[in-house]
Design a protein around this ligand. Sequence first.
Ligand SMILES: Cc1cc2nc3c(=O)[nH]c(=O)nc-3n(C[C@H](O)[C@H](O)[C@H](O)COP(=O)(O)OP(=O)(O)OC[C@H]3O[C@@H](n4cnc5c(N)ncnc54)[C@H](O)[C@@H]3O)c2cc1C
Length: 404
Amino acid sequence: MAPTRKLNQVVVVGAGVAGAMAVHTLRAQGYDGDLTMVGDEWHAPYHRPALSKKLLTGEVHRAGIDMAPQNTLDLRVLRGARAVGVDTRSCTLEIRDGGRYETLDYDGLVLASGAVARQWPKGPVPEGVLTLRTVEDCFALRSRIGRRTRVVVVGGGFIGTEVAASLNSMGVKVTLVSRGNALLQTALGAQMGSHWTDLHRHHGVDVRLGVEVDAFLGGGRVKGVRLSDGSKVRADLVLLGLGVEPVTEWLRGSEIPVDNGIVCDARGFAHGPSVVAAGDVACWWHPLYQRHLRTEHWEQASRQGITAARNLLLGPDGAEELDAVPYFWSDQYDTKLQLLGVPEGYDTVEVIEGGTDDGDFTAAYGREGKTIAVLSTTPGRVNDFRDALAEGAAFPPVRSAQLV
Ligand SMILES: Cc1cc2nc3c(=O)[nH]c(=O)nc-3n(C[C@H](O)[C@H](O)[C@H](O)COP(=O)(O)OP(=O)(O)OC[C@H]3O[C@@H](n4cnc5c(N)ncnc54)[C@H](O)[C@@H]3O)c2cc1C
C-alpha cells in the first residue's frame, strides 16, 4: 500500500506490542519521514504474556521474551522517557527524559501507553504485597519465591489464575481468593469458569470463592490476609490481580477524549486526522458490537497497532475499519484456553464438542439465538468459528470446515 498522504514527523508513545507494531507497520508501509518511539520502560518491547507464565516459572529466559528488534528500522528510540502532555492545537508532545523536558513536534501521533496494574484501593499496603505488569514485577515476585513460601493471590481473573497455576507448578502453596462464584467468572461466566475452578482445586490450589480481602495482617511486612468471612490466611507474599487501568492521566487537560481509555472510532482515530490510539489504552468503536470496546488482550493490541499506523498514513478518507472478532488465550497447567468473541450478556452456553470432564472441549455462547463467542481448550479450534462469529451466525454455530 502506498501512503496517500505525506507525513514527516510521526511520534509513537509507548513501547509495548501496540507501539512496536505501529513503528514496524509505518516503515513497512513506506513511511520515510522522522519516526520517534517514546517509552518509559528501560527495555525494548517485550512479550508481557510470559510474565505470569514461562518467565515466572523460569522455563524461558529474559532474552526469550523480546519482540522483533527495532534496530533495523530508521527509528529514534527514547527509553526511560515519559510523555507528560500533548497539545493537539500546536501538534506538540511534551516528554520528560530523565530530569530533562523536551517538546516534540508531530504531524502524526500514535498513542499506545497501555495499562498498569490496579493497585490496592483501600490505602497503603505492607511490604510483600505485589502486582504484576512489568518484567521487573515478574523478577520481584520470582526472587521472593522459595519452596516453603506461602502465597495468597487476590483476584480470580486471568493474572490471578495464571500466577496461581505457575506458582503451583513450582511447588508453592497458593491460596486463590476471588469474590466471584467461580474463577474467571467475569471473562467466561460462572458455568465455564467453574471448569477452571475445578482445575485449580484438582492441582491443589486452595480456592476461596465469594470472599474478599478485608485487611492485610502483619505490620511492616505482610503475614497474611483477613477475609470478609472472618477467616485468616497466613502468607509470606500476596499477589494482587485486580485488573488494569488504562494509562491516560498524562492526557489530562488535552483535547484527546478519554472515557475508560482513549475513545477512538473504528479506524483508531482519537482526535482529528493526526492522532490515533491502539492497544490496552484504546477504547475503539467495534462495528460488530456497535459499541466502544477496550479489550486488554495481546492480539487486539497488536492488530490495533498495525491498523492505526496504516490508517495514519492513509488519512481519514482512505482509512479502514477494524472489525476483527476479539481473541485471547490463557495458559494454565497443561490447558490452553482460547476465547473468540465477547460473551458479555450471553443467555445460553453449551458444550458443542468434547466434554469438560476430560478437559478437551469447545463451548459456544449465544444471545437471542445468535452465536457471540466460542471457548475452546483444543488448540486452534476457535479459528474454525471465526466466520460464524463475524457473521453473527445462529446458535449453536457450525465449524467452517463442516459447512462445505
Ligand atoms: C502478566 C500478563 C500476562 C498476560 N497474558 C496474556 C495472555 O495470555 N493472552 C493475552 O491475550 N493477553 C495477555 N496479557 C495482556 C497483553 O499483554 C496486553 O494486552 C498487551 O501487552 C497490551 O499491549 P499495549 O502495547 O497496548 O500496552 P503495554 O504492554 O502496557 O505497553 C505500553 C507501554 O507504554 C509505556 N508507557 C505508558 N505510559 C507512557 C508514557 N506516558 N510515556 C511513555 N511510555 C509510556 C508503558 O510503560 C509500556 O511499556 C497479559 C498481560 C500481563 C501483564
